[in-house]
Design a binder for this molecule. Structure first.
Ligand SMILES: [Ca+2]
Length: 147
């Protein structure tokens, strides 16, 4: 019995977890421009599917904010490799949401690939892009419809 325990201990010692640190997720560099003021913040929404794209914050995989300086903002997002679409809201009043009036956005909106919709927001399929092991870069220009 003792011999069994000892061999178990030896086996456990051999399978001790090796400390290989997980590689950091690839970075997605988001460069946003065309803000019509430095008021408020850039609110960045990450989507992994068309559900909720582009402005339903509750369905976003992740949200992040970045300060606006001189009409521009930049952000680095660590995201596992995959397919994503980004929506950028110029959250001028910092309420954490896109303001609308009669359904028309009164704050600026930008999407990855600079995708634009003909009537209303662009479809997810036009804004999606791939993130590989080397990361990705998106340069997004803000669009102001109402307001
Ligand atoms: Ca807002």
């Amino acid at each position: 019995m003792i011999g069994l325990l000892l061999s178990l201990q030896a086996a456990l010692a051999q399978t001790a977890p090796t400390t290989t640190p997980a590689p950091p997720p690839p970075a997605v560099e988001v460069v946003m421009s065309g803000f019509n003021s430095d008021d408020g913040q850039a609110l960045v929404l990450v989507f992994e599917g068309e559900a909720g794209f582009p402005v339903d914050l509750k369905r976003a995989t992740r949200t992040a904010t970045a300060p606006i300086q001189g009409g521009r903002a930049t952000l680095r997002l660590g995201l596992p490799p995959g397919t994503y679409a980004l929506a950028i809201i110029h959250d001028e009043d910092k309420d954490g949401d896109l303001d609308t009036f009669l359904g028309i956005p009164t704050e600026g909106l930008g999407c990855s690939n600079n995708a634009k919709g003909s009537f209303g927001p662009p479809p997810y399929s036009a804004a999606k892009f791939s993130v590989g092991a080397e990361g990705a870069k998106q340069a997004i220009t803000m669009v102001y419809i109402g307001g």
